[in-house]
Design a protein around this ligand. Structure first.
Ligand code: G3P
Length: 231
């Protein structure tokens, strides 16, 4: 596996976004993060977790896999009550952050500012996008990764790799031609080995997923199945 960017983010990668599901909050968030860590260590797979923001500091101090924030505000620490800053995440032990998730869009100028600031703080950035055009625009700003996710497929049962493989391959092609160093992930509806393996076949560097793991009865089995798709 090759190292990605300025932090030890290895490709191919599985990024598990816990969102704000109750099944992955509080004690459950810690348990799921530990499970992801165990599977990562057992298999050698690269797994990143993005827990709910209130759980981030505890999890970052409890597991030895990368922990990302789900969102950051483009404000600086100080008199910015109720915001979440990259500097705060760094102090809490995070390795990086998602930006511009479909459920937490931010402005283009904010994405640009945050990518630059994250880099100076040695935090990685994964910018979420909704199509190849937006993906290229975001890749041009130099994040560590872009994750393309058709919003209409998020939380559903059909993986983007089945419902819209073209969006993945077009995004990969477009980004590789302008910023080949930027990793390309895909997400929405990803549930198991076949989806991960198809994502890699389409040229991506991994997947970003949530409900497939968070809502599963046997989370360990699902994680092992996803990891099997990396091979
Ligand atoms: O951040 C991951 C995401 O939006 C996809 O969610 O539930 O379709 O895997 P899900």
């Amino acid at each position: 596996m090759k190292e990605l960017g300025h932090v030890s983010l290895k490709r191919p990668v599985i990024v598990v976004n816990f969102k704000t599901y109750l099944e992955s909050s509080g004690k459950e968030a810690l348990a799921l993060a530990k499970l992801c860590e165990a599977v990562a260590h057992e298999t050698g797979a690269s797994i990143i977790v993005a827990p709910p923001l209130p759980d981030l500091a505890l999890i970052a101090s409890s597991v030895n896999i990368p922990v990302y924030a789900q969102h950051a505000d483009d404000v600086r620490p100080g008199n910015t009550t109720g915001h979440v800053t990259l500097e705060n995440f760094r102090a809490s032990g995070a390795s990086g952050t998602l930006l511009n998730h479909s459920e937490r869009r931010i402005k283009v100028a904010e994405i640009h500012d945050l990518i630059g600031l994250a880099r100076s703080l040695h935090l990685a950035t994964i910018v979420c996008t909704n199509n190849p055009g937006v993906s290229v625009a975001c890749a041009a700003m130099g994040p560590d990764a872009v994750a393309v996710e058709p919003p209409e497929l998020i939380g559903g049962d059909i993986s983007v790799t089945t419902a819209n493989p073209g969006i993945v391959s077009d995004t990969v092609r477009a980004i590789r031609s302008v910023r080949p160093e930027v990793a390309v992930l895909c997400g929405a509806g990803v549930k198991g080995r076949a989806d991960v393996s198809k994502a890699l076949e389409l040229g991506s560097d991994g997947v970003l997923l949530a409900s497939g793991v968070v809502k599963a009865k046997d989370k360990r089995a699902v994680l092992m199945d996803l990891v099997a798709g990396l091979r």
